[in-house]
Design a protein around this ligand. Structure first.
Ligand code: BV8
Length: 240
């Protein structure tokens, strides 16, 4: 029997042990910031300086050498690279820890459905590019030189997630779905497991049961750096 097409969905929990805050844990970002103030287009229109400060602080963390991919990121990079069938890693995360763990041929199997903290987009000319520094309303666009139009190239609430056509195509053929480090509260990502019921084996790997844990065929709970490498090695032993 050949290995099933694999989809892996990750959320903020996979980056927690690298030192990046999650959103909904007690010490998470939404405990310190209101979504409506920093993660919607309306928030950016109303107070761009506040939104820039929120993303500048998170982008600065990615420049911190102490923040590195962890054993879970590396285990998934190995799993995707060695998987003997189509494999797609869809991340809700805007950090670059999967990218840094997956550099090389496997990088094509990574999809940031909520955009990337390390990219910006100009509302005046539409140009998008990589960007690692702070951003403000005074920053001129490197392409059109206009100031005031640069925004983080992330998907805010109420905006359309990226890569949905590619994700929906992969969901059509998926035979094995792993959901890792996500509370299962943000759609459309949270709806993938329900769409796969009866069509794919679905497994949750999370610190604790998520809101949708009952929707999964199986679950293993514990820190990602322990649970994910162990599970990935078992999968590779079974299918390669
Ligand atoms: C859309 C990017 C239509 C920016 C994010 C009213 C108006 C408009 C929309 C809606 C509405 N009502 C509902 C919606 C839909 C809305 C939504 O779902 N709202 C929720 C709040 C109800 N969704 C949208 O607006 C989306 N767009 O619907 O457009 C559409 C739909 C389909 C097709 C076409 C069009 C856009 C949503 C994207 C929003 N942007 N982020 C940024 O990062 O700042 S969402 C944000 O939440 C992050 O991306 C994050 O990844 C994501 C999900 O959170 P999690 O990753 O799960 O993180 P969380 O903290 O919640 O959980 C962490 C988990 O890890 C926990 O379970 C914890 O136990 C675990 N954990 C912790 N430590 C560890 C661990 N696990 C393992 N090991 C550990 N060590």
């Amino acid at each position: 029997m050949s290995a099933p097409p694999l989809i892996i969905l990750t959320g903020a929990g996979i980056s927690a042990e690298s030192g990046l805050s999650t959103f909904r844990d007690p010490d998470g970002l939404w405990a310190r910031h209101c979504i409506e103030d920093v993660a919607t287009p309306e928030a950016f229109a109303h107070d761009p300086a506040r939104v820039h400060a929120f993303y500048n602080a998170r982008r600065a963390q990615l420049r911190d050498p102490a923040i590195q991919p962890n054993a879970a990121h590396h285990a998934l990079a190995r799993l995707v690279a060695a998987w003997p069938a189509p494999a797609l890693l869809v991340t809700q995360n805007v950090d670059d820890l999967h990218d840094r763990a997956m550099a090389g041929p496997a990088a094509g199997s990574l999809l940031h459905m909520h955009g990337e903290l390390g990219r910006i987009r100009c509302l005046a000319c539409g140009t998008g590019r990589r960007w690692a520094e702070d951003l403000s309303t005074a920053t001129p666009c490197p392409a059109c030189r206009q100031a005031g139009g640069l925004r983080p190239d992330v998907v805010w609430f109420g905006e359309v997630p990226l890569g949905m056509e590619r994700i929906e195509e992969a969901l059509e053929d998926c035979g094995l779905f792993l959901s890792i480090g996500t509370s299962g509260q943000v759609y459309p990502a949270a709806g993938f497991v329900a769409a796969l019921r009866g069509r794919a084996r679905t497994v949750e790997l999370n610190l604790e049961p998520s809101a949708g844990t009952h929707l999964f065929d199986a679950a293993e709970h514990g820190p990602a750096t322990q649970v994910v490498p162990r599970f990935a090695e078992r999968l590779l032993a079974e299918w390669t």
